[in-house]
Design a protein around this ligand. Sequence first.
Ligand SMILES: [Zn+2]
Ligand SMILES: [Zn+2]
Length: 333
Amino acid sequence: MQAAVFHAIGKPLQLERVADPTPAGRDVVINVGRCGICGSDLHVTEDAAFHLPAGTVLGHEYAGEIVAIGPAVERARVGDRVAVVPIRSCGECAECLVGQPAWCTTKRLEGGGYGEYSLADERQCVPLPRGLSMADGAIIEPLAVALHGVKLAGIVPGAKVLVIGAGPIGIATAFWARRLGAGRVAVTAASRRREALAMEVGATAFIDPADNGPEAVNKALGGQPEIVFEAVGKPGLIAQSIAQVRPRGTIVVLGLCAAEDHFVPFAAVAKEARIQASAFWDVRDFEIAIDALDAGAVALRHMVTDTVPLAEMPDMFEALRSRTTQCKVLVQP
Ligand SMILES: [Zn+2]
Ligand SMILES: [Zn+2]
């Protein structure tokens, strides 16, 4: 099969022929339908700190059809259409049994979506209803990431919410915040490019990047935000969130900032602000995201701005390293 393979930092992914996966135990082979390109894939292929092994096939936001099953598979069937929870775990420990594989001590992040076929444990597969496409299946993972953060925020009905960032996670966060009861949701970003999309998924205001200080935020929300979501991952944004959140409010950090950052602890202490980090998701978050799309939240589909064949994927991947106009790009292997 063909796959876009990582070889070394500073080198583009290489399209090449690799061995077809064979399913052992409870593995299934998935014919990848669509796979989203994630900002974290860009990070791990440009920073040696992540120790990504040569030969890795990335791609963890994917959906596809099961085309082969291992000898010990119990539930999955050939022909099942599934979204994949991209963590392989033991399946037996307390965390795994409650659907939280991210906290299993044996957990391994697993990609494979940048290839024609991928291997997963059947327990990583969440069924896609008939009404959902493979493209829908490929945005379930980022939707689950955002939902997890919104659940951790503890939104109460009518809450005033600020979302910093309008990439796929910021957009999905605005969607869930509103759906889970926020009264007002303001989105702020470096440009106005995603304004229409943000409003379409449920934001009530998009803040002009040229004037996004506390005054503009308070005006858009009718008061200070009780919850601020940081969905960008750049130094300085936690400090900005602390400055903007209302006293005793909550800041949820969804952004993946691998650089050192600083903020003045007193600024947070003086407000008794709660800083809550959010990582991964539960299996249940995937099910809820799938159900939301199936129930008609189709505006979310508009976060997909481009779809490229596998042959064009390495070039697109490099292009995405610099600021681009795309929101979520899908690969069609
Ligand atoms: Zn991702
Ligand atoms: Zn486990």
